[in-house]
Design a protein around this ligand. Sequence first.
Ligand SMILES: Cc1cc2nc3c(=O)[nH]c(=O)nc-3n(C[C@H](O)[C@H](O)[C@H](O)COP(=O)(O)OP(=O)(O)OC[C@H]3O[C@@H](n4cnc5c(N)ncnc54)[C@H](O)[C@@H]3O)c2cc1C
Length: 301
Amino acid sequence: MSKIVIIGNSLAGFSCCEALLKNAQDNEITVIAQEKVPAYKAHLLTEYLKDEIKEKDVFFCDKDFYIKNKIKFLKEAKVVRIDPKKHLAVLKDNTKINYDYLVIASGQKVDIPDIPGKTKDGVFAFYNFEEIKEIRGRALIANTVCLWGEPAIALKLGEIFLNKGREVKIISKPKPEVLPVSEKLEWIDDLELSEIIGEGAELKAIKLSNGKAIGVDLFLFVGNLIAASEFLKDTDLKTEEGYILVNDAFQANFEDIFACGSVARKQGMAEAKSWEAVINEGQLVANKILEGRKLACQQTS
Ligand SMILES: Cc1cc2nc3c(=O)[nH]c(=O)nc-3n(C[C@H](O)[C@H](O)[C@H](O)COP(=O)(O)OP(=O)(O)OC[C@H]3O[C@@H](n4cnc5c(N)ncnc54)[C@H](O)[C@@H]3O)c2cc1C
């Protein structure tokens, strides 16, 4: 029996977990994730925001999946450090989790700039299920939605909010040559965002670099993704721009640590991965772990 700890419960982490369960029953699997919900299909979140799919169809499994399969599911838990020499993952509450194999599938996150007011209620990073669920709810009553970040993503999301009948302000550059024809859309490319203003904790407006304030009810940071790997900062794990460097077997520079999905990178290969590729990587890591374990058993018997 091996203790396998998976950091991340999205496409890469879940596909690894599922493949481990399918091919061997005798492992002790722990899944650690920041969300409180079961594993979900992050690539369908835009369709979910558009109301094209129901909430139940976003999930890979129901909450009983973990109990039924004897998986220790540490939800709403954050890994803050790992110790590759002692084979430990350490959580924010200082719980230490021991592993024989560690799978890092911690993905990416939005790089939020240091703007005053960025923590106001009504301000979100557009990335994970729980935030997007709240955005979806708030969009029902918001008059004006403001998007800040990468132009292509801001445009795609802006169109969704226009279709929902909202006023949309996009602060981004360069401005695309072709924009939807709508008097409800304003694209701001000549001014910077200088402050997010609230009344108490609640978002009320944004302030631009010329001093002008615009009333907004929902504010989203979009795109500008970086590796979610800050818990590796004091380790000797090799990274490139924060992304974990892996070999063809998705093994990092410690033989019992694997990385897969959008947090993992082969040297010099910085291209974004499709969701299908991410799922394949999770399955491949599971198979590599099981092969390695079989080999180790043969050598000791
Ligand atoms: C809105 C949206 C729409 C998308 N649309 C498409 C699309 O149409 N086509 C496509 O190919 N791709 C799309 N993608 C990209 C695709 O979803 C990603 O490639 C995929 O989600 C990457 O999966 P992942 O498992 O590597 O990481 P992520 O989905 O980023 O999941 C990371 C997991 O790690 C956990 N985690 C992170 N840090 C920690 C920590 N310190 N401690 C504990 N847990 C941690 C998180 O809680 C999460 O469970 C979209 C993504 C989003 C967000």
